[in-house]
Every structure is written in C-alpha cells, then in structure tokens.
Design a binder for this molecule. Structure first.
Ligand SMILES: Cc1ncc(COP(=O)(O)O)c(C=O)c1O
Length: 344
C-alpha cells in the first residue's frame, strides 16, 4: 500500500532533549521578556478558535513585505519554511533539483518524497561553493530548481555574494536563496529577486521556532502561481496573531540575536584554541567543528547532559563533524567546559 521508496526511508528523528542543555536545533535560547509574554497571552485569549483563520493573511503579509520594502503580493507564508520548500518542489516544472552537498537536509528529502531527481554538487573541503561546477550542473538538461542556503547549514559559512548572484543570474529554472540565518549573517539577497529568483526566510532562528512560520519573497506573478499549492488556512490563527504582535516588537528579537552573534564569536575563539578541534567560520547561530572521534565526543557530552548534533554519520565532508547551536553564555560555558574535559 505504501511506496517502497517511502518504506525504505527513516522518519525525521528528533532526539529526546528533556532535562538537557539543548544546543542541537539552532533555536534562540532566550524566552520572551515577561511583560511581552503577558500582553501576548491576553491577545491570544481573545482569538476565536472556533473559526477558521484569516485565509488571505493580507495584513500579516503587508507587515512582512513592508520590512523588506515590498508589498503583500510579493509574500507567501508557510507553516515553517519547510512547508514552502515542499510547495516549491511540488510546483516546479519537471526536472531535477540541483543542490550543493552538504546542505540543509530537507531539499533532498522532500525531493525524494515527491519523486523528483536530485543532482548533488560537492562543496570543497572548506565547504566553499564551486560556482563554475555548480552552474555546469544547473545547465544539464532537465534541471528545474535549485536551493542555495546563504549561509549554509550545516557548515555555517556564507558563500561570496558574486558566486550566489552568478548562479541566480545564469540558471533558467527556479532559484531559491534560503536566508534562514539572515538575523546572524546580516546579508540579504532581496536585490536578486527576479521572475525565477525567490528568497526564503524563517522566523524559527530568530526566536519563534514554536510558532512555525516562514515566508517566501518573490515577484507577484511567481507568488501567485505558488499560492495555488498552499493548503488552505496553512497558518493557524494563534500563529498569525502572534506573528503580528511579535513584528511590532521586533527590536526585542534583534537585540537577542545580537547577543547570540557576540556569543558565537566567543565560542568560536574558544574552540579554535582547543587542541584536537577544527572549527569552521560561521555567519549563523551555530558552529560546525571536527574532532578525531566524533561519536565518543557526542556521547560523552550527552552523558554530561549536553545535546548537540552529530553529523559524523552523514559521511563525506561531514566525517568527524559535530554542530553546536549557540545558547546562553551559561549554556555555552557548560558545553566548552565539558568538551575540554572530554578531550583532555
Ligand atoms: C537553511 C535552512 N532552511 C530552512 C530551515 C527550516 O526552518 P523552519 O523551522 O522554518 O522550517 C532550516 C532549519 O534548520 C535551515 O537550516
């Protein structure tokens, strides 16, 4: 009854993080300030959950568009940016999805679910994008869509703007520039939007991971087509109201992300000075690093109550690699102290 290729897949695994210092999922570690939390709760209490949500979300889309100097017709909302990735792959012309490797896992996974072929182009040893090689892959026959995560996950680095714009300008299919970590990189690609070039964003890393809200910016003609494969009412009433409220208090999240960026530099410096650790530069809220025995380091951190992400099993360029999300100074301190102890 179920396709054999689906049966051979594993479900997306989320480890139990109960009671752990949670540094595995690129979340903002700071909760909402108390005064905001109280006003937000009052707002949510007024929502009529017996009714379906606002279907067009015009007001919310306008507010997001305004932050980017655009209008509501340029914005499509998704239940997390994952949902938008699914909509894009579903709607794109038939042909392959071209992606660098390693990159964000969902581009490949969703392509498989939808039986779309994937062409993977290896990054170099420092996770750099070989733009010429990538463009050659894009020029192959029957390529339909490409995703460039800028900065990239799980490597954390930001490819040169020229390399990204060269790909965006030369590919004839749909080009999606994924700016999930914009709050930390500060580099927007909105100026590259064209009839086939779109910008994907999420609020997850900024501090609203639990709300599940992402958005796509593009030319209205493209947004109108993609909107046809959006499930009705995909953003629930509570998320819509919360997002409108949080957008009015955006500075709170910007201040939190600035603190996280400073902490990232501190943790980077500490890791760079730790013997046995090879850490990669990052423009995100996480750091990728390589150690000799990643599995033992990962398990030993877990035993000490610290959960990070083990990427060693992915193989290839990620052999020996672990990824740590930047937490509060206290959490980062606990991670660094535990790592030092394990490597000693
Ligand atoms: C590059 C990239 N894009 C998209 C996402 C998905 O974010 P969301 O929580 O909006 O589904 C992630 C999450 O890790 C990511 O790293």
């Amino acid at each position: 009854m179920i396709r054999s290729d689906i049966r051979s897949l594993s479900a997306y695994a989320v480890p139990d993080s109960n009671g752990m210092v949670k540094l595995d999922a690129m979340e903002n570690p700071y909760p909402l300030p108390k005064n905001l939390r109280n006003n937000w709760a009052k707002l949510l209490a007024e929502i009529e959950v017996n009714r379906y949500p606002d279907a067009s979300m015009a007001e919310l889309r306008s507010a997001i568009a305004a932050q980017n100097g655009l209008s509501a017709e340029h914005v499509l909302l998704g239940n997390g940016s994952d949902e938008l990735i699914q909509m894009l792959i579903m709607a794109a012309d038939s042909g392959a999805c071209v992606i660098p490797t390693p990159t964000f896992a969902m581009y490949d996974l969703i392509s498989r679910w939808l039986k779309r072929p994937v062409i993977s182009v290896q990054l170099n040893k420092q996770f750099g994008l070989k733009a010429e090689v990538f463009m050659r892959a894009c020029r192959q026959e029957r390529t339909a869509i490409t995703f460039l995560a800028c900065p990239n996950n799980p490597s954390g680095n930001l490819w040169p703007f020229e390399a990204v714009s060269d790909v965006a300008r030369s590919f004839k299919g749909i080009v999606v520039i994924d700016e999930a970590y914009l709050a930390f990189s500060g580099r927007s690609h909105v100026g590259l939007i064209a009839s086939n070039v779109l910008i994907l964003r999420t609020y997850s890393k900024l501090g609203w991971a639990g709300l599940r809200m992402g958005y796509l910016l593009g030319e209205p003609a493209m947004i109108e087509q993609l909107d046809k494969v959006r499930l009705p009412y995909n953003i629930n009433s509570l998320t819509q109201a919360s997002a409108r409220f949080f957008l009015e208090h955006f500075d709170v999240f910007e201040d939190q992300t600035a603190v996280i960026s400073r902490e990232r530099e501190r943790v980077y410096t500490a890791l760079a000075g730790t013997e046995g650790v090879d850490v990669f530069p990052s423009a995100t809220n996480f750091l990728l690093f390589r150690v000799e025995d990643a599995q033992t380091v990962f398990s030993s951190l877990q035993e000490r109550g610290i959960l990070i992400k083990n990427l060693h099993h992915t193989g290839g360029l990620l052999s020996g690699c672990l990824r740590v999300t930047i937490g509060t100074p206290k959490e980062n301190g606990a991670f660094l102290a535990a790592l030092k102890e394990i490597l000693a």
